[in-house]
Design a protein. Sequence first.
Length: 108
Amino acid sequence: MKYDNRLEIRLSTKQKEQLYEIAGNNCTVSELIRERLLTEPSRLELKRNDEISNQLSRMGNNLNQIARVLNSTSLSKMPIPATEVIELKAELQLAINKISDLQITLKR
């Protein structure tokens, strides 16, 4: 690939030394910068992934609470009212849908 466009940036001496050190004998500084810019996730993407991870964690906690209630009810041999089962099923379906949406978002 031919690179026709030139870009200039200002760096401190320390930053410049770090770039050359990272590039080392493996690649040029230009190659290093192109590789990092085009392949590594940006801070915005990382923040977005953290938010998605937190949402998944909260949903997992909610599912655990639902399972705990169901397990404690079944252990005490008390029947679960049909309305509760329907509500729990709806909540589980919402959680499953959110997880599916988040998985799609993460794959983008």
